[in-house]
Unconditional design. Structure first.
Length: 384
């Protein structure tokens, strides 16, 4: 493998910025078109509660404000009231940023919060794309870095990276943490890892690659340093602070786990999750037995196997852990979205994409399926 030696500072010049902006613009514009046309022409799903339909939102922003975006903006507006522990399923950093941006733009009503959520998500997406390309450049080289940026942004469920969801923020923090530790900026890795732990329930998993990289750094230098230890511990500090808040608010420090029952999730062995999946009637539509969820799960597992062959152990173990966590909840629902933020997958795809036929297939299929998903999502049909 080629790339920048570990420990060397990764700088960003104008070319690196455009490396992220060009695919961002080239992929977001078709999604905006698909979403706005869908809002204008297709019927709204009959399964959406009428009180979820918010008026006064610009059509472009409205198309990207479905499902979890409703929950996050509600949290940004009202916080975590003690009478509703189900809200603990949504971690606090993303709604906090939404509220800050809404305050800065002087509009904290619900439509203003939706706009703020989309702005936060897309700013994070551009920065996450830059960080991913920088990391791939470090490990594989410049050509693979450029392809990885495209593969992230054409991934079929990449619409969630531009919607009012926490995925793009999580991607920025986790990739940034790994990039920081790989370039010997351990305190930055600690800060980003801490914030990742209060962004999504799986945020604590970032401590796994950080611990492996800290061990490799120790083995290379022959002595322990305190900064890598801080980086490994920091995600636990973030989660611990969140648990203290939950204990003070709901008298339940594990409320974020108990709230998962509202989404039909409970602790199970991963293989039991697959057994339960095949017990029902398989469909292409959303639900507990969706073949779409199964396909993305198998795709994630296949790329994880290739990650163990081609990538650093820290990356491979991180992706494996991110797959095992949702597989241990008894459901494959939302796996197309969960797989989206597993950054090692894009290094694997960048290697596979060295073949022109694979590269073109990934772009065409990703854009095509992504457009269909966007049209469905914009009218409240469940995608992931």
């Amino acid at each position: 493998m080629t790339g920048t030696p570990a420990g060397r500072v990764t700088s960003f010049d104008r070319a690196h910025v455009w490396e992220a902006l060009l695919p961002f613009l080239a992929t977001r514009l078709p999604l905006i078109l698909a979403g706005t046309l869908s809002v204008a022409m297709l019927p709204v799903s009959r399964y959406v509660p009428s009180y979820w339909l918010i008026t006064g939102v610009d059509r472009v922003f409205d198309a990207f404000s479905r499902w979890d975006a409703w929950h996050y903006t509600r949290l940004a507006e009202y916080g975590y009231p003690s009478f509703d522990p189900s809200r603990a399923a949504f971690f606090p950093l993303f709604p906090t940023l939404i509220r800050i941006v809404a305050e800065l733009q002087g509009r904290t009503d619900r439509p203003g919060l939706f706009v703020a959520a989309i702005l936060v998500a897309n700013i994070c997406l551009v920065l996450a794309t830059m960080a991913l390309a920088a990391l791939v450049r470090l490990d594989l080289g410049p050509d693979d870095a450029r392809r990885s940026a495209w593969y992230l942004l054409v991934f079929p469920t990449s619409l969630f990276l531009s919607s009012g969801y926490s995925e793009s923020l999580f991607m920025l923090l986790t990739v940034g943490a790994i990039l920081a530790c790989r370039t010997d900026h351990w305190l930055w890795a600690a800060s980003l890892g801490l914030f990742a732990a209060v962004t999504r329930p799986v945020g604590l998993v970032i401590c796994v690659p950080l611990a492996i990289e800290a061990f490799l750094a120790w083995r290379a230098s022959g002595h322990w340093r305190w900064r890598p230890v801080v980086a490994v511990v920091a995600p636990f500090v973030g989660l611990g602070a969140w648990m203290l808040f939950l204990d003070a608010t709901f008298h339940d420090p594990l409320a974020f786990l108990h709230a998962q029952k509202g989404w039909d999730r409970s602790l199970e062995l991963p293989w039991d999750t697959f057994f339960h999946f095949f017990e029902g009637r398989l469909t292409l539509e959303s639900g507990l037995h969706s073949l779409t969820d199964l396909a993305f799960t198998l795709f994630g597992l296949a790329t994880a196997v290739m990650a163990w062959r081609w990538l650093r152990p820290s990356y491979a173990l991180y992706m494996t852990a991110l797959l095992l966590v949702p597989l241990a909840t008894g459901s494959l629902v939302s796996m197309p979205r969960f797989v989206l933020v597993m950054f090692p997958m894009y290094l694997v795809l960048a290697i596979l994409g060295r073949r022109a036929a694979v590269h073109e297939t990934l772009l065409v299929v990703g854009m095509g399926v992504g457009g269909i998903f966007m049209a469905l999502y914009a009218q409240w049909y469940w995608v992931a």
